[in-house]
Design a protein around this ligand. Structure first.
Ligand SMILES: NC(=O)c1ccc[n+]([C@@H]2O[C@H](COP(=O)([O-])OP(=O)(O)OC[C@H]3O[C@@H](n4cnc5c(N)ncnc54)[C@H](OP(=O)(O)O)[C@@H]3O)[C@@H](O)[C@H]2O)c1
Length: 347
């Protein structure tokens, strides 16, 4: 934890991730001296609450980042591309949770417990990208297994909750479920198929080879986070009709044999991971067990009889908390600690 209280901004403070960042700051008792909250000029929200105080929500402007240590960007890629450079020019460090910079090799893509070494040398005014919610959860589980046994291949089926589509996704699912339970036809959404009592096998835009952007990102981000450029990975991402928490059914092949008991033992020691794996007693990860929690749940760990050195497992993690807010804050605190330590060292 940094020693000096932080001066920070949350851009997108009225959105699903922005609110989760405010909750995390509160839960973790991060010392703060200045907090500025930003949303679009048209935001319907004029205030947001933090630690019992109602803080003003402002539109972004030229002086928004002046004098601040750090800014969380949770307002989507176009806002990040436009405003992150302005924040950096004021010496304000940026942690962006959008996909804007995740694929840029010069910008660190970091999960605090997985590859903190990628932050070394970062200065005030630096920029760090936080991965997609699914990649954060997957990397926390796969990193210890990869370190011990090497992972050659990953096949992931990601079950994306409605809140993965932000505030609007939650509203859409809510109104559809209410309409359907009342025997009414829900209002059609312009941007998505019906989520209520449905499964939609498309999250993100369709890109090369018929994959979606979210599916391609899972493999690309895992290769960077695990420092495993040769990792073979494929994903199917499906929107499922629950409000919060992404779940992932994972099949993997390791370089050397890893028994389920060994995997369980490794994961019991892993930071941020909780093993729930007693299927005979109906104990396993489920979204309802982890909403508003920062842990990644893993269970149903079993040997895959269809291949050599194969394992199957099931993961659940809150996409807004663990998948975005908790990681963004942990990364920001690591960066700030480094900056303070460097400033305290005699020349
Ligand atoms: N949802 C997830 O599970 C998740 C997980 C990891 C990463 N992410 C990423 O996080 C980002 C935010 O996602 P979200 O789910 O929180 O979306 P969201 O609920 O739609 O929130 C978007 C936020 O951005 C603000 N905003 C929009 N235009 C703006 C502008 N011109 N200036 C300042 N603020 C502006 C909105 O404010 P208004 O009140 O004005 O609309 C709102 O606060 C996305 O890039 C997403 O990919 C999301």
């Amino acid at each position: 934890m940094p020693v000096r209280p932080l001066k920070l901004a949350v851009v997108g403070a009225t959105g699903a991730v922005g609110r989760a960042i405010l909750e995390e700051l509160e839960d973790r008792e991060v010392p703060l001296s200045v907090v500025r909250l930003f949303a679009s000029p048209a935001s319907g929200y004029r205030t947001a609450s933090l630690r019992g105080d109602e803080l003003e929500v402002e539109p972004l402007g030229d002086k928004s980042f002046r004098g601040l240590d750090l800014a969380f960007f949770a307002a989507g890629p176009s806002v990040a591309r436009q405003w992150a450079p302005k924040a950096r020019a004021e010496g304000c460090t940026v942690v962006d949770v959008s996909p804007a910079f995740r694929g840029e090799p010069d910008i660190p893509l970091v999960v605090a417990q997985v590859n903190p070494q990628a932050l070394s040398g970062i200065e005030s005014g630096g920029l760090v990208a936080s991965p997609s919610g699914a990649a954060v959860a997957l990397s926390l589980v796969l990193a210890p297994l990869h370190r011990f046994a090497g992972i050659d291949r990953v096949v992931a089926t990601v079950l994306h909750s409605a809140s993965g589509a932000g505030r609007e996704g939650v509203r859409q699912l809510e109104s559809e479920v209410v309409a359907l339970l009342n025997g009414e036809e829900p209002e059609p959404s312009e941007s998505s198929h019906r989520m209520g009592f449905n499964l939609v096998p498309q999250v993100g835009e369709v890109v090369a080879g018929g994959y979606t952007s979210e599916e391609v990102a899972v493999g690309a981000e895992l290769r960077r986070l695990l420092d495993a450029p040769d990792l073979r990975a494929t994903a199917t991402v499906v929107r499922v009709p629950i409000f919060y928490t992404h779940s992932v059914a994972v099949n993997l092949q390791t370089s050397r044999k890893l028994a389920p008991d060994e995997a369980r033992a490794l994961l019991r020691e892993a930071a941020g991971v909780k093993v729930l794996d007693a299927p005979g007693e109906r104990v396993y990860p489920m979204p309802m067990l982890v909403v508003n929690d920062d842990a990644v749940l893993v269970g149903r760990i079993r040997e895959d009889p269809s291949q050599e050195r194969g394992l199957d497992l099931f993961i659940a993690a809150d996409n807004l908390r663990r998948g975005a807010a908790a990681n963004a804050i942990e990364v920001a605190l690591l960066v700030q600690e480094q900056i303070e330590q460097r400033a305290a060292k005699p020349l």
